[in-house]
Design a protein around this ligand. Sequence first.
Ligand code: NAI
Length: 301
Amino acid sequence: MSKIDFSGKVAIVTGGGAGLGKDYALNLAKRGAKVVVNDLGGMRDGTGSGSSSAADIVVDEIKAQGGVAVANYDNVATVEGGEGIAKTAIDAFGKIDILINNAGILRDKSFVKLEESNWDAVLNVHLKGAYCVTRPVFKIMKENGYGRIVMTTSAAGIFGNFGQANYSAAKSGIVGLSNVLKLEGAKSNIKVNILAPVAGTRLTDDIVPPQIFEKIKVDYVTPIVLYMCSDKCNDSGCIINAGAGYYSKSAMATSLGKNLSEGDKIPTPEDVLENWDAITDMDNPKYFDQANDIFGELSLQ
Ligand code: NAI
């Protein structure tokens, strides 16, 4: 079996000071990567003035195990922060091969109670953060003709979750962003894959029952993240669920559908009523690589 090895590679892990990100950073370094450990060191809901100790502790641990790492304390949710993170990598190691967009916060509330501040804070860290960090990194990866990016979504973003309108919208937006970067990075050997993890961390410690929390160790998520960061991974645009040793792929699927226009006839709402089951029948689904593929289904000749 060929080995996953990151010797000579430079990796950035955002939110690398705790939880999943910490485990990614430690294991990338163990396998030879030089790692930028980014972490603002704030509270779970994104409040607090931040602390350099979160990233510093992980960097110290990597160095103690014989690895190479530098800390970065920038906020992923600002353009300056994203540029600062990329600059830390370039100044310390001269290039960027791998980016894991992992930093995250939570502010759960049912939709009617969800004030603008809680909407903005969550969208800013997750979705705008993915934009702010990936944009400068993507430019460097394109120049180098190589890149592996792992974005972090959530089952909440793929399927929905009660009380997480802000978080689900942000995490779903990350899938949309990744779908475009998959296309724009293809010519430059940049692969962009999307992780939906399940793990016991401070984000989940009061959400998941204790007996389950114990079983969903971050360690189970890291192997598939490392694979997606490696030069062995040649897929792009995959949404991967990972938790407790279980791994699967999720996807947007389209039904075979039905054309209700005969010749030039514009269908009526009653035609739709009559054919709703056929339109929405998800047996034999289709998967499209990009938006324009839908035109092939429209019988436009
Ligand atoms: P965590 O709270 O243990 O770690 C997140 C890290 O991100 C923290 O160290 C925090 O300081 C850092 N961070 C937060 N805002 C930041 C900012 N603006 N700039 C830089 N760093 C910042 O959480 P966990 O569970 O490790 O989450 C990692 C990612 O996985 C998040 O994107 C989360 O939404 C996602 N996720 C986690 C799940 C789980 O079961 N733990 C489920 C689904 C998604």
